[in-house]
Design a protein around this ligand. Structure first.
Ligand code: FAD
Length: 451
């Protein structure tokens, strides 16, 4: 039996394996923070119960396909802070560099690990790595959901149809799960900590990544994330409901890069927004995005193996897109033209430049931007590939379930419904430049992101 506040209720055994007497390993992956981390809390509890020590390891793959200098910079600087925080609490941190399952298998053997606890991710590379580790070591592997407020597999046992169906389920149980985190109570420290990580060496190991420059308008790491959250709930949250869809205003939280790297827990953000001095309308609109939409993305990726291709679209969307597959396209562009922001559409180009320069395109424009790619490419498969490639090259929050679902919603009607029939789109919801003009001052946005 587990109680509120017990991290065990957010964990499930993925691979039974053979429990051995050695230390517990917390394999930190998606949630790169020490505070407010249910997976780390669960690993620490297990280590205490078993009267053994706790190790934390992060497996960094310098050859991760498509990785950029921008993303590595954010990740590596965040991990430096994680290591420093853990060392202050006497918990050893190990940065493993290379093929993740191979490095973790080696590590488990070297340190005679008895059990592994990792954080939950619905994405296939992490699930493959977990299976590889479990098979090769024969150890019990537990995953704990440190990313969602309601553990993804408990929120729903199946792929949800739309936001409204998941919202109903979440609303029924959210008050049970939206609880304060217990403090981390470190188990007994090992006799000595490993030497600190050679972070310069790590930077060199990832120096060959794609040359997308880091950004400097936000600092990575849990401390910067918490400070930014405090500023947001004390200020812009008040007008969130009114300004969030206006790309010329700084009306959204900008929390997504920290949420993506797990520098900030969404549960912490929800706990901070709950009692904030903001109108109900603003708090509810923010929680709808932060909780329902975000957790819906994890739900889709967990239960739909084709989460990043048109195979994952609903049947009605596949059908309507197939009926319009041969509709004439007035403009056709290839990946390089899109990437260089050289389409005929000033608004699209400006949105692309905002993403290239800041690593974060405004959320309202992401929908317009993706839908136009469908309109200006020969096939939906090509449009899907281009949209994800651009998104995951430049967005700091890229390679995230929210991105896979954002693209699948825009191009393939995922979580949406049929709308009026149009060329190319069929009954997929379409967005136009005129629609944008009615929502915000397009010339102001163009002036902010000149060529
Ligand atoms: C084509 C397309 C691509 C996208 N790519 C990504 C991506 O790669 N990574 C990513 O995190 N989000 C992505 N989104 C979702 C959304 O646009 C961003 O999460 C949001 O713009 C982040 O800005 P913010 O933190 O200021 O958002 P806020 O409006 O302040 O929202 C708070 C948090 O709620 C969550 N959220 C907001 N909108 C959505 C949404 N539509 N779906 C799911 N969660 C949401 C995010 O975690 C966000 O940080 C994409 C959307 C589209 C249409």
């Amino acid at each position: 039996m587990t109680r509120p506040g017990d991290p065990a209720r957010r964990a499930r055994l993925l691979h039974e394996g053979n429990r051995r007497p050695g230390p517990v390993l917390h394999w930190m992956s998606r949630d790169q923070r020490v505070d407010d981390n249910w997976a780390l809390l669960h690993a620490a509890d297990l280590a205490r119960q078993r009267r053994t020590t706790l190790h934390v390891a992060f497996a960094l793959d310098p050859a991760f396909p498509g990785a950029t200098r921008r993303a590595w910079d954010f990740l590596v600087r965040g991990l430096e802070e994680v290591e420093a925080t853990l060392r202050r609490q006497g918990i050893p941190f190990h940065l493993l560099t290379g093929d993740p399952p191979a490095e973790l298998i080696r590590f488990c053997r070297k340190y005679k690990i008895g059990e592994v606890v990792t954080d939950f991710s619905p994405l296939r590379h992490k699930r493959r790595w977990m299976a590889g580790l479990a098979e090769a070591t024969g150890l019990p592997v537990v995953e704990a959901d440190a990313h969602n407020i309601v553990p993804c597999w408990l929120a729903s046992p199946k792929q949800e149809f739309a936001a409204r169906t998941l919202r109903l389920k979440l609303n029924r149980s959210l008050s049970d799960w939206l609880e304060e985190f217990p403090p981390l109570d470190p188990p007994s420290a090992p006799s000595h900590l490993p030497p600190p990580t050679d972070w310069e060496g790590v930077r060199q190991a990832v120096a060959g990544a794609r040359p997308v420059p880091p950004v400097d308008w936000l600092d990575p790491g849990p401390a910067a994330a918490r400070a930014h959250l405090q500023r947001f709930v004390a200020g812009p949250l008040r007008t969130y409901a009114l300004t969030r869809n206006d790309p010329t205003r700084d009306g959204t939280s900008n929390l997504s890069p920290w949420l993506h790297f797990g520098h900030l827990s969404a549960q912490r953000a929800a706990l901070a927004a709950g009692p904030a001095a903001a109108p109900d309308e603003a708090r509810l609109a923010f929680l709808e995005e932060l909780v329902v939409r975000r957790e819906l993305s994890d739900n889709f990726c967990l239960y739909n193996p084709s989460y990043d291709t048109p195979e994952g679209y609903p049947a009605w969307a596949k059908k309507t897109l197939a009926l319009h597959a041969h509709d004439p396209r007035e403009h056709l562009y290839d990946l390089d033209t899109f990437a260089a922001a050289r389409t005929h559409d000033d608004l699209w180009n400006a949105a692309q430049r905002q993403m290239i320069r800041t690593g974060k395109m405004h959320g309202y424009l992401r929908m317009y931007w993706a839908k136009k790619i469908l309109e200006w490419t020969p096939t939906v498969a090509e449009a899907h590939r281009i949209a994800l490639t651009l998104n995951d090259t430049w967005e700091l929050d890229g390679r995230d379930p929210n991105g896979y679902v954002g693209v699948a919603w825009s191009l393939g009607g995922v979580h949406d419904r049929p709308w009026a029939n149009r060329p190319i789109f069929g009954t997929i919801r379409c967005m136009t430049a005129n629609g944008c003009r009615s929502k915000f001052r397009v010339p102001d946005f163009l002036a902010r992101w000149p060529a």
